[in-house]
Design a protein around this ligand. Structure first.
Ligand code: IDP
Ligand code: MG
Length: 152
């Protein structure tokens, strides 16, 4: 049962919001069978993004990345289910859309690494960190999904 409670943090970046890809992303995660436990639109602060991307602070593209991510609202979400972190990353595709296979979100909807439309946690540990950074505990909804017995 515990493995079905794995959570990942997914965020549609400002370009994904502007380009109208929010519904498509929601659809893919819903159709897969993952459970939406939190979602909000937020124009994130530089401070929040610096914390979110702290591991990349010494990379040459860091300032551009922060500027990109603060350039407009993002749609932040938490999805729950077995293998949500790893499978979520597979659904996203590679960091560089050029290396992403068709059928993945980045493979289907974007071209350049600097505008790759979506974020997904890369481990359970970073998912937990990111979820607590972006969401307050009371923003995470607790409910049972009627689909769960048909998925597991
Ligand atoms: P990830 O988003 O697939 O986990 P990371 O290596 O964690 O990839 O990088 C975070 C984000 O930084 C990427 O999604 C992308 O938006 C941006 N990024 C990564 N590498 C480059 C680059 O070489 N140039 C510009 N932006 C980059
Ligand atoms: Mg990453």
């Amino acid at each position: 049962m515990a493995e079905q409670k794995e959570r990942t943090f997914i965020a549609i970046k400002p370009d994904g919001v502007q380009r109208g890809i929010v519904g498509e992303v929601l659809k893919r995660f819903e159709m897969k069978g993952y459970k939406l436990v939190a979602m909000k639109m937020v124009h994130a602060s530089e401070d929040l993004l610096m914390q979110h991307y702290i591991d990349l602070k010494d990379r040459p593209f860091f300032p551009t990345l922060i500027k990109y991510m603060t350039s407009g609202p993002v749609v932040a979400m938490v999805w729950e289910g077995k293998g949500a972190v790893k499978t979520g990353r597979v659904m996203l595709g590679e960091t560089n859309p050029a290396d992403s296979k068709p059928g993945t979100i980045r493979g289907d909807f974007c071209i350049d690494v600097s505008k790759n439309i979506i974020h997904g946690s890369d481990s359970v540990e970073s998912a937990n960190k990111e979820i607590s950074l972006w969401f307050k505990q009371d923003e995470l909804c607790s409910y049972s999904s009627c689909a769960s017995s048909w998925l597991y």
